[in-house]
Design a protein around this ligand. Structure first.
Ligand code: DCP
Ligand code: MG
Length: 451
């Protein structure tokens, strides 16, 4: 909570505003657009005797007084489901998207639930998937089509709330606070959302509903596929404590290894440890994060969830690569992809990272954060190449090269965006090229080096 006003005094101060907000809200319910509760408070506060004092922090104070509802929605076996939708022959069969048997060094992007029953999963080498499920339908995939379906689904989500935050190609958070007048209670909205997606796109989506985004995200994974899992207000802590540690969103491979080392199997095991101890074992920021997570409390800010907002891309060479120029060209292609994804999502980042896997499978990574957000494709490429040259071991073949951006934030949300005029011009040009490429994919405007 901003400021230090105790809740009861806030309640008293804002009680008239709250009832006015409810009144405005009911008035809006007849209209065909959902109402953003923050907007309601703005309208209400502007019309109130206290007008003029409306600030972001005051709206945040007001928001504390309402029960918030969030949905996390995630499509089931997304790429594989699109393939099954488009090809009746594939339905009911184990579909594995990522590569064809015999493709060198490719991994599974996703597998249909039929294929998962054979033990096939994302990021597994295709060769291993072939061993486990030789009768599978193997496909290289069609990104253009997946993006098209993703846009359709996100369009449907946006009909349920103006507060939509897409976090990957197939998942999004929806702040549905204050939409009851239009869609009924939150659980009913969740059901309506699922049927709208199924009827209009032919895809199934799993949803989690809770009073904060963190718990909603975990809830959506609880009853996949085609799931709908509701965590009632007040039940967040019990829900979290009942889960195994591998359900903690934001605890990656390293954290999981540490949990194992210390013998923490369930969130309840972590729940019993003091915040101080967690901080000494896991470091201050992650310790505090864990302490809150196992209590079902929202991360202090969404951006605090480690690894929740990053994008990356990588390239595996057909043969071990010794040629620095060829590796740089691969990096340029990766940067191109990353920059366009960043533009699409309207995000920015100040932290770039690279990953190098050598012929002996040893893997290195490095990251660097700078004062200014990445402004243009060339800026990103320069930063990535500098990292690559600093880190790369000479004379050893490179098997895989990757790069990415982490700690993503909403574009324009951090200081230090004062681009030089030249950068600003380049940025505009890149945006234009991206828009043209989206509208006319056959034009495919690229840097000469990538042709
Ligand atoms: N994806 C990928 N490589 C990965 C993981 C995912 O290319 N290592 C792609 C393919 C997935 C899509 O992203 O279809 C969405 O990722 P999810 O993690 O949501 O996985 P799915 O939607 O496939 O399955 P689930 O039903 O578990 O959500
Ligand atoms: Mg999914």
């Amino acid at each position: 909570m901003r400021g230090s006003a105790p809740l009861h005094s806030l309640r008293e101060r804002f009680a008239p505003l709250q009832s006015l907000a409810r009144f405005v809200h009911d008035g809006f319910s007849g209209k065909d657009r959902p109402v953003n509760i923050k907007l309601l408070f703005c309208i209400t506060a502007v019309n109130s005797p206290e007008k003029g004092a409306l600030t972001e922090s005051r709206i945040q104070d007001l928001m504390i007084l309402v029960t918030r509802y969030f949905i996390h929605a995630d499509l089931d076996a997304f790429y594989a489901s699109v393939e099954q939708l488009d090809n009746a022959d594939y339905r009911g069969k184990p579909v594995i998207v990522g590569g064809l048997p015999g493709d060198r060094r490719t991994v599974v992007s996703t597998a249909s639930y039929e294929a998962r029953s054979y033990g096939v999963h994302s990021a597994m080498p295709i060769a291993r998937a072939c061993e486990l499920c030789p009768q599978g339908v193997f496909l290289r995939g069609n990104m253009k089509r997946y993006k098209e379906k993703s846009r359709e689904v996100m369009g449907i989500f946006s009909e349920f709330t103006p507060d939509l935050r897409q976090i990957s190609i197939d998942e999004a958070f929806l702040d549905i606070t204050g939409t009851e007048g239009l869609f009924g209670p939150p659980a009913e909205l969740a059901r309506k959302l699922k049927s709208a997606v199924r009827e209009r796109t032919g895809l199934t989506v799993s949803v989690g509903l809770a009073s904060n985004k963190y718990v909603a995200k975990i809830a959506s994974g609880m009853s996949k596929p085609d799931g709908c899992f509701v965590v009632e207000k007040g039940g967040e802590e019990n829900f979290m404590r009942s889960l195994p540690v591998d359900r903690i969103w934001g605890a990656g491979r390293k954290a999981q290894e540490k949990f194992k080392k210390y013998g923490y199997k369930t969130c309840d095991d972590i729940y019993k440890i003091s915040e101080q101890r967690l901080c000494s074992v896991f470091g201050k920021a992650f310790g505090i994060f864990l302490y809150r997570a196992v209590r079902g409390q929202a991360a202090a800010s969404f951006d605090d969830i480690r690894g929740s907002r990053s994008i990356s891309a990588e390239h595996t060479f057909d043969y071990d690569m010794y040629d620095g120029f060829a590796v740089e060209t691969a990096l340029m292609k990766i940067c191109n992809t990353l920059m366009y994804r960043l533009l699409d999502l309207d995000w920015q980042s100040r932290t770039v990272f690279i990953k190098i896997r050598y012929e002996d499978f040893s893997t290195e990574s490095a990251q660097e954060t700078s004062e200014h957000p990445v402004g243009t494709m060339s800026d990103l490429f320069e930063r990535v190449c500098a990292l690559f040259h600093r880190k790369c071991k000479r004379g050893i073949g490179i098997r895989l090269i990757g790069a990415g951006l982490m700690n993503l934030e909403t574009a324009g949300s951090s200081a230090g965006e004062l681009f030089e005029f030249e950068d600003e011009r380049k940025k505009k040009l890149e945006k234009c090229i991206h828009e043209i490429n989206k509208k006319f994919p056959e034009a495919a405007i690229k840097k000469a080096r990538l042709i």
